[in-house]
Design a protein around this ligand. Sequence first.
Ligand code: MN
Length: 423
Amino acid sequence: MLCIPSVPPKSVDRTYAYETFTISTSKGLVNLVAAEPLWTAGFGAAIRESKHADSDQAGSLRPRDYPGAAEAIYARRSRRSDRFHIAAIQRLLTVRRSNKLKNKIALEEHFAIDLTIEQSKIYSLPVVWERLKANLLDIEQQRLERMDEGGTAFSILSLNSPGIQGIPNVREAIDVSRRANDVLAEHVSRHPTKLGGFAALPMQDPEAAARELERCIKTLGFHGFMVNGFSQVGSTESVVYYDAPHFADFWNSANALGKPFYMHPRDPLPSREPIYDGFPWLTAATWAFTMETSTHALRLMSSGLFDRNPNLQMILGHLGECIPFNIWRIDNIVAKAPRGIPCKRALGDYFRENVYVTTSGNFRTPSLLSTMLEVGSDRILYAVDYPFESFEDASCWFDSCEISELDRKKIGRENARRLFDLP
Ligand code: MN
C-alpha cells in the first residue's frame, strides 16, 4: 500500500530525522536522511508522477514540481542538479510493502447501539455524521472488510463514549449496559475468530457493575471491560471517579477475574472545567480527553489501587494520554513533595508494571519511539480507534513506521495475544 495523503503538506519544515536510505542518482549513490513527510508525501508523489517515464527521463525533483519532497531533499543536499533514478526508489517501496503486518490485533474499536448512538453526534461534523453513525452501528458488514484491508485480524470492540458512564439514572445505566453487552456478545458469537468484546459497565452502581462484569467474562467470554472516564450518578452534574472508597469491592472482583480494563476518554463536564470556555476546539480528542483521562489514571495509580490489586492491568489509549512524556517529572516532584500521596511506590513503577498503552488515534512515530523508550515495547499495543479513525490511516503508518520488525510484531499482535490469552 502506497501512503499518499489526500492533502500533501505545503512544506517540510521539521528537521528531525529517523531514517536513512540510499538513492541512486546520476552522480552516484546519495545517502539520504528522510523525515516522515518526505516518505509519505514526497516519494509517493514522485512515484505517481513518474509512472509513464523511464528512470532517465524522470527528471530531477525540483521544488516547484514536488514541494513536499523537494524541500526536504534539497535541505539535505548541496547539488540541485542531481537526477533521481525513480526505479531505485520503487525498489525501496517494494521492500516497505512486504513489511505489512497482516494479522494485527486492534483494541480500541467502537460500536454503538440505538440507545447510545446519539452521544457520538457532537464528535463529528454534520456532513460526516450519517457515515460515522452507520459505521458505529455496523458491527459485521463493512467493519470486517476494513479490518481486513488494514491488516487487522482481530478487534476487541467497545461501546461508544461516554456510553453507560453518561447515563445518570442508575436503573437505566444497568439496563443499557446489559443490552449493549448482549448485542456485542451476539455479534462476537457469529465471528469468534475476528471479534472480541470489552464489557460496558454501570459504574454508577459498583455492585451491579461487578455482577455485570462477571457475567460478561464468565458467560459471554469477553476480554475485560472499558470504562469511559467518570460516571454521572443520579444527576447530570455529578462526577464520580473510581478511586472512591466505595469501589474497593468492585476492584477486588475485577482483579479476581484476571482481565484488564481500558480507561477510555470522555469530555469533562463544562461546569467543572471553565478552562475550555470559549475554546470548543480544545475539548474532546484535541486535548480535553487526554487531560481528563490521564488525570483519572493518575488518581487510580496514586490512590494505591495497584498496591491492593497488584495483578490488575489498566490500558490507556492514545500512546498513554501524555503520561509517558511526563512520568519522570511526576515522580521527581512527588519525591520532593509527597503531600500525603497514599500509594506505596513511585507512579512510574505502576506505569511500567500495571499499565499498557495503545496506539489508538496517535499515529506518530516520534511519539511512539518516546513511549517505547519510557515503557518498553512489551507494554505497547496496536489500536485504531475506529470509526473515529480509519484502519487505513492506522495501518499505513504502523506497518511502515521506523521500528524493528520484532517490535512491530510485539506491538501489532504478540503483546495483545499474551495479555488477552488469544490463540
Ligand atoms: Mn476511542
